[in-house]
Design a protein around this ligand. Structure first.
Ligand code: NDP
Length: 331
């Protein structure tokens, strides 16, 4: 069995040397109510960066010299569990291991005939839920309003913009390359895209396309991009603070604009959230996402990296924008 451990807490941008690969001989004999899982897909996500630090957060930090774990899909290859049978596929938080024994806690069965297995880590999983529930619960969108989404070509952002279109919004996406901007406008139906790497003045670039101002901002990145959006908000704007990937690797407190005057003069709302806040709404949200997918109203893309040994690299590549849509490793 191959395993990936957290060797040391990254300082700044994570490095391959922060991870350790080990090969173990493990006893794979199953006890009652246990099953043997073979990992099929591993999700790498920006939030894992937070767990690699020991700063206090909403989830416990990973432990040094212990396996890292993240959302994964695995195949049941042997089972003494009364709810899971050999051949089933399961989804849940699993260790970064090629095989592992599980008692089934926290795992759900996923149906490979209803959707490609990887979709359960993206559009029909955590990132799809984040997009849908963040936008609808906090954003309170109304037809005709203008939505700006940052990280627009990523797993969450690409779904946020499409849901915005389904709900009748004018949608502007911000992403890091012309190729990504082209993808969100031509494939995902966003009205406008802005490449933040080639725009010298983001404030002006947003003003130019958000001709009636910004009513909703779905923030995946934080930092100067979000400041530029803040300068363009309308009265009663809602700012959904989902992620801040641009500052996750900071080693010092970032310089930031003072948001208060903009919130006050616009009576605007800024609200952070973590997706587990909305857990009671997951079943209806998944149902809605699956229906839109089946009806062809929603689509998705993924960047699939091959090979267990490439999990840390795929994770690090998120910070360089190497992914389009959901970043997933196939084992
Ligand atoms: P993505 O698929 O969007 O991948 C990360 C993307 O971030 C990259 O592709 C890159 O795109 C962009 N990026 C990287 N560095 C920077 C930077 N310095 N400035 C601007 N953009 C950058 O990841 P997810 O969709 O999984 O997650 C998006 C955000 O949502 C993250 O911040 C994540 O932590 C957060 N999140 C929060 C949840 C919650 O419960 N609150 C749940 C899930 C995700 P580009 O080429 O465009 O720069």
């Amino acid at each position: 069995i191959q395993t990936i451990l957290l060797k040391q807490r990254p300082t700044g941008r994570p490095k391959i040397s922060d991870f350790e690969f080990i090969t173990e001989e493990s006893d794979l004999t199953l006890k009652k109510d246990e099953m043997l899982l073979e990992t099929v897909y591993v999700s790498v996500d920006p939030y894992l960066r937070g767990r690699m630090s020991d700063a206090k957060s909403y989830v416990d930090p990973f432990k040094i010299n212990k396996p890292i774990y993240s959302g994964s899909i695995a195949k049941v290859i042997a089972s003494k569990h009364n709810k899971f049978n050999e051949g089933d596929y399961v989804s849940g938080m699993l260790d970064w291991k090629t095989k592992q024994i599980s008692n089934g806690n926290g795992l759900i069965k996923v149906d490979a005939t209803k959707a490609p297995l990887s979709a359960y880590l993206g559009v029909l999983g955590m990132t799809g839920l984040t997009a849908y529930l963040g936008l609808t619960e906090i954003g309170q969108p109304k037809t005709g309003e203008t939505l700006v989404v940052s990280g627009a070509a990523g797993a969450v952002g690409s779904i946020v913009g499409q849901i915005g279109k389904i709900l009748g919004l004018n949608v502007i996406g911000i992403a890091g390359t012309d190729e990504k901007v082209n993808m969100i406008t031509s494939e995902f139906g966003f009205d406008h895209g802005i490449n933040y790497n080639s725009s010298t003045n983001m404030n002006a670039a947003i003003k130019k396309v958000a001709t009636s101002g910004v009513d909703i901002y779905f923030d995946n990145v934080g930092g100067p991009i979000s400041d530029a959006v803040l300068f363009n908000i309308n009265k009663f704007a809602r700012m959904i603070i989902c992620g801040a990937i641009s500052v996750y690797n900071n080693t010092e407190l970032p310089q930031s604009v003072s948001v208060q005057p903009f919130l006050i003069k616009n009576s605007a709302l800024m609200q952070g959230f973590i997706i587990s806040n909305f857990s009671e709404k997951f079943p209806e949200a998944i149902n809605q996402l699956a229906t839109w997918l089946a009806d062809g109203k929603l689509t998705y893309t993924e960047t699939i990296v091959e090979g267990f040994e490439n999990i840390p690299k795929a994770f690090i590549d998120l910070f360089d924008g190497k992914n389009k849509g959901k970043m997933i490793v196939r084992i």
